[in-house]
Design a protein around this ligand. Structure first.
Ligand SMILES: [Zn+2]
Length: 98
C-alpha cells in the first residue's frame, strides 16, 4: 500500500499511473466489515502494482492490526500483511471460525 500523497513507486521511485480501483473488505471486529475502494496504480518503470487506500481507512488499519496481533500466531503470512496492510478475506474467515 502507498500513502495518500505518494506519487512515486515505493519499489523503484518511478512514476505511477492510476489504473482504476478495486474493492477491499476489511475487518472491523465483532463480525463487522467495511468495504473500501482502493485506487490502483501501476509503475511505469518497474511495472509493479500498488494500492492507495482512502483516508478514512487509516483509522481501521490500526484496529485491524490489533486484531491481527490477537489472532495471529503463525496463521497469517506476515509478508503479505506488510505488503497490503490488511489480511485477505480468507484470512478473516479463518479468524471468525475460531
Ligand atoms: Zn517502480
Amino acid at each position: 500500500m502507498i500513502n495518500k500523497n505518494d506519487t512515486k513507486c515505493p519499489k523503484c521511485g518511478g512514476k505511477m499511473q492510476p489504473r482504476g480501483y478495486y474493492w477491499r473488505k476489511i475487518q472491523l471486529g465483532n463480525n463487522n466489515f467495511k468495504k473500501v475502494k482502493v485506487k490502483r496504480f501501476r509503475c511505469n518503470d518497474c511495472g509493479s502494482w500498488h494500492g492507495k487506500l482512502p483516508d478514512d481507512v487509516l483509522r481501521y488499519k490500526r484496529y485491524s492490526k490489533a486484531i491481527i496481533e490477537g489472532f495471529n500466531k503463525g496463521k497469517l503470512n506476515t509478508d503479505m500483511l506488510e505488503y497490503e496492510n490488511f489480511p485477505c478475506d480468507i484470512t478473516v474467515k479463518n479468524w471468525l471460525k475460531k
